[in-house]
Design a protein around this ligand. Structure first.
Ligand SMILES: [Ca+2]
Ligand SMILES: [Ca+2]
Length: 393
């Protein structure tokens, strides 16, 4: 596996941790993100549906209690619009609704693909629980995910997420890029207002070092990427304000999501002769919601990797609680061979695993007095890259 990022334990990274310690006392951490569970997250915006469109089958609309109309004026009392003779509810808000600094448009033609860019060359989950940001303000670093992975490895056996991450990156299954629009004019400069756009990339077959971005990087029908970090560049260090980081890790037959919300990024930037940007000693610190961790378990158990279980419904339902009662299915494991060791272990160990995971929660995102998220630290490295435009749909 790649261990490049482990080099990143130098002084700069430590400064980054202290930055977290000074600025992210527990309540601030939660409060800085007005929407910790992602209801309004830029990375989670569904395209608007067309609830406002009429059904055109016949004139049975009267049965739905819709007012007949000649024009929109006839529908003023209900704020509706006149569609084919009946008042319909007002149309759904556009894709930029409730997303800050969002701009509608076609990214293929309207996004600035010439801005300085990077490609992520390494993502490593920091497993040392003594390294991380102090996000609950007690003066000690928080990295409960590191503890959790150690515990889970003991329970489940052969599981190495960092090896999976390294393999996904080296094989090209996970190609994450960054565009730096605020460096478009003058290159890498100090600024109190810098932007980083994370983009899902695929390499151009003809031109090494050049990538196109996948359309799902953007909020639909906008030139606004789903994952954006705003921050400051001081010296050559980028420090973000809270945002959301949503990493999709494609494994065999399943995509695991590692979603840090809120997330803070800090890293050392440098520039190459082509203006591309690299980041070293990058660390992304934040919290992973318990619910999203159990969603990943369920996704894995119902994926092809665990096909031997024949499981089609979620095995874990934490709406029942974070104890053994959350294990609502007990699938047969007799058909599972050694290659499905983790599937078997998760089924056999469910009643232990659920409370084990929940016990690691150390961040209270919704400020109800009960921890509901697990602090985490990812180490990131980026190399300079060029963007060629929007790739395959
Ligand atoms: Ca702490
Ligand atoms: Ca809580």
């Amino acid at each position: 596996m790649l261990v490049v990022a482990l080099v990143g334990c130098g002084e700069q990274a430590i400064e980054g941790i202290e930055y977290g310690a000074e600025n992210t006392a527990n309540n601030d951490f939660a409060n800085n993100s007005p929407d910790p569970f992602g209801v309004n997250n830029t990375d989670n915006v569904d395209p608007p549906n067309n609830l406002g469109t009429p059904n055109n089958d016949d004139d049975s609309n009267n049965d739905d209690g819709l007012l007949e109309c000649q024009s929109d004026e006839d529908c003023a009392t209900s704020d509706g619009v006149c569609v084919e003779g009946f008042c319909q509810p007002p149309s759904e808000p556009g894709p930029c609704h409730e997303v800050d600094a969002c701009r509608e448009g076609n990214p293929a033609t309207e996004y600035d693909w010439g801005v300085p860019a990077s490609v992520v060359t390494s993502v490593v989950i920091e497993t040392d629980p003594n390294l991380g940001a102090d996000i609950n303000g007690d003066g000690e670093p928080n990295n409960a995910l590191g503890n959790l992975l150690t515990d889970l490895a003991a329970l489940l056996g052969n599981m190495d997420l960092n090896a999976e991450l390294a393999d996904a990156i080296s094989s090209g299954r996970l190609t994450l890029g960054a565009a730096w629009p605020s460096f478009a004019q003058q290159g890498l400069t100090e600024s109190e207002q810098a932007w980083l756009h994370f983009l899902a990339l695929e390499p151009d077959a003809q031109t090494p070092g050049t990538y196109s971005a996948l359309p799902e990087s953007f909020i639909p029908q906008t030139v606004t990427p789903r994952m954006r970090f705003e921050g400051a560049v001081r010296g050559q260090v980028f420090e973000s304000r809270p945002s959301n980081f949503d990493l999709e890790l494609p494994l065999d037959g399943v995509t695991l999501r590692l979603e840090l919300a809120p997330a803070y990024l800090i890293g050392d930037l440098s520039t190459d002769e082509d203006g591309g940007i690299s980041m070293s000693d990058g660390s992304m610190v934040g919290a992973v919601g318990l619910v999203s961790i159990f969603e990943s378990f369920n996704a894995y158990l119902t994926s092809d990797s665990c096909a031997c279980l024949g499981l089609e419904e979620p095995m874990i339902d934490v709406s029942r609680g974070f104890g053994p009662e959350a294990c609502v299915m007990a699938p047969e494991t007799a058909a599972c061979g050694p290659e499905a060791e983790i599937c078997t272990a998760l089924v056999a160990g469910c009643a232990v695993a659920v409370p084990l995971v929940a016990a690691q929660a150390d961040v209270d995102l919704d400020s109800d007095g009960r921890p509901d998220a697990i602090s985490a630290m990812l180490r990131l490295e980026m190399a300079p890259a060029l963007l060629s435009g929007l790739g395959r749909p």
